[in-house]
Design a protein around this ligand. Sequence first.
Ligand code: AGP
Length: 605
Amino acid sequence: MCGIIGYTGKKEALPILLNGLNRLAYRGYDSAGVALEQDKCLVSVRSKGKVSELERELAGTEFHSQRGIGHTRWATHGLPSERNAHPHMDCTKRTALVHNGIIENYLSLREELENQGHVFSSDTDSEVLAHLLEGPGPPLNRLLKAVTRLQGSFACSVLFQEEPGTLYGVRMASPLLIGMGEGEKFLASDIPAILEYTRQVVFLEDGEVVRLSAESLDIFDFAGNRREGHTPYTVPWDMVRAEKGGFKHFMAKEIFEEPTIFEDTLAGRVNPLHGMVMFEELNNWTPNWERVCIIACGTAAHAGMLGKHFIERIARLPVEVEYASEFRYRKPLVDERTLVIAVSQSGETADTLSATTLARKHRSPVLAVCNVMGSSLERLADRVLFTRAGPEIGVASTKAFLAQVAVFLLLALFLAEKKQEENTEERRKIIQELLSIPRLLRDLLSDSPKIHELARQYYQFHHFLYLGRGLYHPLALEGALKLKEISYIHAEGLCAGEMKHGTIALVEPDVASMVLVGKGENRTKTLGNLEEIRARQGKVLALTTSGDRDVQSLSHHCIEVPDVHEILTPFTAIIPLQLFAYHVAVEKGCDVDQPRNLAKSVTVE
Ligand code: AGP
């Protein structure tokens, strides 16, 4: 997830670009850059680090330009660095572009372009587009020809030296909007970048190209046909609301980003035709490990517990999951035949880093599952599988968790392939069904008002039990953690089978239970738990597969999720659990994005 801004008009472009980039820093901030039209040439300045680093680089320069583009990067391909920062240029330095998204076929395009003599200067997927755009010919034709060769997601803003005053935009599966100013035009990946200059915006649709000048706007489809009828939208928000995408909190915005995050995390890693998973990051790396040990903290540990279920069931490898804070103080029985997987959204959690260091001392190969390129964990690990969740601002982890779980499922499928496990047909079915998940998540998100209504009936409870079996046990732990960390309600997650071993003593009318009713045998057994709780006047809120009449009859309230392959149930169940915690916290008037006593990354013990 990166930030894009472009400007063409009568004002000095550079201050507008830098101001916009600062407003987009929440979209990514590991490097930044601008390109400007100066004396009929294109000049580019880039820097590693936050936008303030770029501003330091630019201090003292004398730019006078009315056209330019800018970018803040959240790395997905290629480490955070000046050479990987955008804008990227072609060999002749006559084309400059900034990109947000993932060009899935960039490796084959890069090979083709290098064979034609193009010289690349970065490790990014984005740079292939700069070289595809290289002249000669009318810029619009070159742009239309280039974008039809791309697979994946791309929002771009492009400058061509041969078209002074003109700014191009392209949209495919990544947001891009046009700001309509008086005698000026803007391009941006999100509203905050331009809100102080105009409230009139036009949202580009997927498959569209726009050509802008101070006074003109032309939109085309990728075949070059003109597109008409885009009516400007007047933005009603103030800046604070705009940075949250119109949501009241970053947490809500990030929950609603999850379908896109799921698509981004899978992009370029799944081949449904052949039922295969590809991890570029694991090329030429197949150590002969015999078992797996997952180390993590908090929500990341819950993702690891789901990873255990996936890897054991699909890849038939024994997996243990350890809280990093425990692992680091034990004499762990791991060695070169144990693959240690360290999971961390931030890549800076002290316990996880120390546990990883200890694993390395035991000569274990370390694979990180991490959301931040350039993080300490990335530098410690042998290999890294990046979640592509973009910056997660809310302290409560939501979209990063979903992305971690997605990576673990892909890893399980990948390992099964490597081990030539017999379950090829089931793996192919899972991969096929994966593609339907984003739509199902969007449907579940549209039920947010119903979940809010439920939250209104439960937010005054002081005690919550979250129960689940199998895949729903880690989800019970995660649902309880979400509720307690942002609403301060005491919530305990446990496996439902443990109820009768003690916890059921807590059940009484003012204790609410969120019972996650799985499928198959787990469903039958969990129905028993439901009845046990009801028999003791406990309040029961059940989450179950749509149309399950038994559960509905046994519960006070019911959350229904679509019927999917059992291995995919965590993806659909987690959405209502996150929404429920969010709405309860809002009803309680809690500081949802920055709950008391908590930090986004626990970098101390
Ligand atoms: C989860 O909502 C919390 N923010 C917390 O449990 C978090 O998951 C944990 O501190 C691990 O953080 P990490 O993923 O950055 O390592």
